[in-house]
Design a protein around this ligand. Sequence first.
Ligand SMILES: NC(=O)c1ccc[n+]([C@@H]2O[C@H](COP(=O)([O-])OP(=O)(O)OC[C@H]3O[C@@H](n4cnc5c(N)ncnc54)[C@H](O)[C@@H]3O)[C@@H](O)[C@H]2O)c1
Length: 386
Amino acid sequence: MKKLNIGMIGYKFMGKAHSHAYRDLPLFFPKHIHPHMKVICGRSLESVADAASQFGWDEYTTDWREMLTRDDIDLIDINAPSDVHKEIAIEAAKAGKHVFCEKPLALTLADSREMLEAVEAAGVKHMVGFNYRFTPAVMLAKKLIDEGRLGDIYHFRAWFLQDWIIDPDFPLVWRLQKEIAGSGSHGDLGAHLIDMAHYLIGDITDVIGMSETFIKERPLPQEMTGLSATGSQSKEKGPVTVDDATLFLAKFANGAIGSFEATRFATGHRSTNSFEINGSKGSVIFDFERMNELQVYFVEDKEDVQGFRRVLATDAAHAYSDVWWPAGHTIGYEHTFIHSVVELMEAFQEERQPVPNFKDGVKCQQVLEAVEHSIEQKKWIKVTDL
Ligand SMILES: NC(=O)c1ccc[n+]([C@@H]2O[C@H](COP(=O)([O-])OP(=O)(O)OC[C@H]3O[C@@H](n4cnc5c(N)ncnc54)[C@H](O)[C@@H]3O)[C@@H](O)[C@H]2O)c1
């Protein structure tokens, strides 16, 4: 296989990020299978036509089902809001298409399990959009942990802080509606933290959480894209049906313990996606807004130079450094999507499933739902009971 024909649904925030990844991949990874940007789908003919021309897609359509009937589409890439992931992914799998789906995989654990069953029954490749795994700093943290250089892990402490809805008049976008988003900051931001914990530390066994919705109703929106919207002046209001902030504690199968905080009400924090890991031999600190850098501390350093130091993960020793720029020339948010697509293409070349895939999506959903149960029941919940 020299190229993979893509049919993509959604052309706004994630649609643009994925389109950019498909376009850039051949420039930097010429030996990989090339994604071919065949058809893009959206609900408005005029807008999807504009997106197709701007992003570089061959064709556009307003009917995703029509894409599934075409023999010249190999993979369906789902970048629409979370309420439509399940139907599209299952139908795509039934049509024999490989599926790349944005996170959270579904609105519920049951739905995500149905999606996993469908892709496994169809024998197609499946991937989920946990792109932060592919930042230089996180890839370095993973290497240090896998090589035992942090020793036994005691703590995983993670926080994803944003403030884009701090204004009570910010409109009621789809991310604030449970029937479309599944949950609020929990499924949006917390999902990334949970995936990071699974990736770096291992299985989460028990959780206990709390959540809050600070602003209970908001003006109805007019236009919305990603994290921006118009309609603040709308007189008509609707209820916010998701959490504004969710916090939880967790126990891991390997004995480590964790704390997680996801909020859209952290004034001044645009997108502080961070974690700290403490092990018997050392610690690391990650901050997405400085995604090329990892703070590291090693117990075995000589006493007179002990302390956290900043490692710029762009040297020859670091993942993907050979394809990007000379050492010290950093990469950005969009590269996390390029790396995701590189992993997807390598999975085809190596005849294996890409990672992270729907199994990771289901595992994440299991923890999301366990936290919700613990909040309702005000007690610790065993994740494996779900
Ligand atoms: N990996 C990440 O970091 C990340 C970041 C943002 C969003 N996401 C996820 O990506 C998905 C999309 O989010 P977004 O921010 O791009 O949303 P968005 O609102 O910016 O764009 C959604 C797109 O989906 C299209 N759409 C909406 N309903 C549709 C339907 N029924 N059928 C076909 N197309 C439809 C819209 O026209 C639009 O093009 C969500 O699941 C979200 O959770 C992931």
